[in-house]
Each structure stands twice: as C-alpha cells, then as structure tokens.
Write a protein that binds this ligand. Structure first.
Ligand SMILES: *Cc1c(COP(=O)(O)O)cnc(C)c1O
Length: 369
C-alpha cells in the first residue's frame, strides 16, 4: 500500500450523477453495475452508499465471488445481487442459495439446471438473450427451443428478460445494429405473449443506450460507466455526468533536463530542454505503460508522460517550468478538474473502463462524502 498517492472517490458526485440519471430515465428502476470492484472504485463503499443514500436496491456483479464478498462484508444490507457473466450455476448452486444471490441464466443448460429445482423456487428467474451481441445469452436460433422448454414446463411468467447492446457507444440511427438487436428482443417478447407467457421485468440499456434514450420503455436499466461519470458516446455531449474519482500522485523529484540527456530505462532523450517531474505512480499502481506519451495538463501547463512508465514511478516532461510544483506536491493524473479521463483514454487508445479498473490495491481509495 502507498501512503501518499490516492484514488479519491467523491460520493457526492455519484449522488449528482444518480440524480441526473433519474432526470433522463425517471420511470426506470436501476440495476447498478458494480462489477470489477465497482469499476475500480471499491465495491463495498459504492454499494453501501448507493443502497443507503441513493436507495438503489439491485446491483450487478460479474462473478459469484464479487457478490459473496458484498454479502459477507455487508450482511445487513437488504439488497439484491445479480451475477451476470461468470455464473457457474452447475458448480455453485449451494452458494447462490446460501448467500441469496441471483444468477442470470445465459444458456438453456443454465435454465434446465435450476428452473424447476424446489430449492430455487423463490429465486427470481432471469433470462438473458443473445440478440446479436454474440457473446453470452440464448441465441436467436435457440429461441424455438427456449419457448418449447417454457411451454413444456408450464411456465406462465418470467421474472426478468434482458439483452445487451454491442455498440451503443456510437451514435445510433434507424436500422443500425442497435436497432436490429432491439427488434430481435422485441420479437421474442411478442412470441412469449403469443404463448401466454408473461414477463414481469425487462432491461436492455447500458450507459451508451441510456444516454441516447434507447430502451427506456423497458422496466429496468443497467447503467455502469455513466454513474462513475464518463460519457460512453465519445465526442457527443449526451451525458454530462461528473467524473466521481481522481487519481492523485505525489511529486518525488523535479529536475532540469538539458536537451539530449538520456533519462530512465532505455535512455530516451528529450528533444528540448525543460523540466522533468517524477511522480510516485507506475504500472504497479495501474498507471499502465500505454500512458507513455500522453499529454497531462497541470494548471494550464502541458506535460507529456516521458519515456517508459516504470513500475513505481513515472516521469512527466514540461517545457515550461511548473513553478507551483515542489517535491511533495500533489499531482493529479486525471479527475477533479484536471485531465479529462475520456480525452485521456482516447489519446492513449483505450477506454475509461480500463483506466479505472487498472488502479491496483497499492493505491488507497479515499471517500469524500
Ligand atoms: C457491464 C454491463 C452493463 C453496464 O455497461 P456500461 O457500459 O458500463 O453502462 C450493463 N449490462 C451488462 C450485461 C453488463 O455486463
């Protein structure tokens, strides 16, 4: 653990984003996606705050282990926990029951495993369709078998039916892949209706879809990224959330560098004279090597991540002297009005999801409320 660099999470900003979301989706219940340690922000603190302060009742995990961690650590929180991807229902039936966790059923085999087990009687039956994402879910060519299965077993009602969009992060237009996926989902809903099978709840929208108003006629939405702040549809201003976190390093050293002097691993040289600021975050903290070359702005001064990112530290080159910085100063990599994480991730050809989740346990999380 480090003592003097921080991943600061502002819970008031999370509340702000939640209220903004309620404005654009006033009629939808929320399944808040908190997989991968709440996108790096700390799953327990995020779930606790969201349940107690924002009254969010249902949370989406990727793995059973994540859900169990929440149950064990927050035993008095009466929230619903759903497991979306690493469901392993055949292997861990008992754990789902013991910890009161809901598996999202993504294949006919998953369905057959628990649908009529007495012990799972009271567990909501949640079915995920593959409407063109072609990853998890029951695919269109299995829809007949799914209907047959439900009819043969006299199922009158499904608790929740869902699908997942594959490219809601680009602007949608009539007839595109998003609409084709959604139409596939609607066709299946109709078929259930024709077979007198009711559906209690439905959800299709992730952040990109919600930003663009797609799928809001379903009962539920499944936001992840947007509640942590970033917009999904880059270069469009559909979503104006506040980035709830900031990554703050400390300055270890500042030195004047003459043009042509080799610095660090590989001995890369600067093309101009200037000032090198060494900060105490490296790839061992999740400041991954592809930050190399990224522009980082400090109080209006443009710096550039210089040379190779090291395990424990990173050098940032400024042509102009950053006169406010001294050894021990805070240096914000992103967030809190400094570099914008969406622009930063575009620059280094990645996505904000990855910049968030990369931050390792060595960087302490601190919560502001
Ligand atoms: C992660 C995930 C979401 C949330 O996606 P964002 O882009 O972060 O909003 C929604 N649904 C499913 C099934 C997911 O796996």
């Amino acid at each position: 653990m480090r003592l003097s660099s921080e991943f600061i999470v502002n819970l008031n900003s999370l509340a702000h984003n939640f209220n903004l979301l309620k404005e654009i989706a006033p009629n939808n219940e929320i399944i808040f996606m908190v997989k991968a340690n709440a996108y790096g922000h700390g799953i327990l603190d995020i779930v606790y705050f969201s349940f107690t302060e924002l009254k969010i009742k249902r949370f989406g995990c990727a793995t059973l282990g994540e859900a169990i961690e929440i149950r064990k650590s927050l035993p008095n929180l009466d929230c619903e926990l759903w497991v979306f991807s690493d469901v392993e229902i055949q292997k861990y039936k008992d754990l789902y029951l013991e910890y009161n966790i809901v598996p999202v059923l993504s294949s006919l085999n998953d369905l057959k495993e628990i649908y009529f087990e007495k012990s799972f009687e009271r567990v909501p039956k949640v079915i995920k369709l593959n409407a063109g994402m072609n990853r998890l879910g029951i695919a269109e060519d299995e829809f007949d078998s799914l209907i047959d299965f439900l009819k043969a077993n006299h199922v009158e009602e499904i608790d929740h039916l869902m699908m997942h969009f594959s490219q809601s992060f680009i602007p949608i237009k009539e007839g595109d892949r998003c609409h084709r996926q959604y139409n596939c989902f609607k066709r299946f809903k109709e078929r259930l209706g024709q077979n007198a099978i009711k559906i209690k709840e439905t959800s299709v929208s992730n952040s990109g879809a919600i930003e663009q108003g797609l799928g809001l006629e379903e009962t539920h939405i499944r936001p992840g990224l947007m509640l942590y702040g970033p917009r999904s549809v880059v270069r469009k201003e559909y979503w104006k959330g506040i980035i709830i976190s900031s990554l703050v390093a400390k300055v270890l050293k500042i030195s004047k560098i003459e043009k042509g002097v080799p610095v660090g691993y590989g001995g890369q040289v600067t093309s101009k004279s200037g000032h090198m600021v060494y900060v105490n975050l490296g790839y061992g903290d999740g400041l991954l090597t592809f930050y190399s070359g990224a522009e980082i702005v400090y109080k209006g001064l443009k710096g550039k991540v210089f040379g190779r990112v090291n395990m424990d530290l990173t050098s940032i080159f400024f042509e102009e002297e950053p006169t406010d910085l001294v050894v021990g100063s805070e240096f914000t990599i992103w967030g809190d009005g400094h570099s914008d994480i969406v622009q930063l991730s575009e620059q280094i050809k990645t996505i904000p999801y990855q910049l968030f989740t990369a931050i390792t346990h060595r960087v302490p999380r601190r919560y502001i409320n």
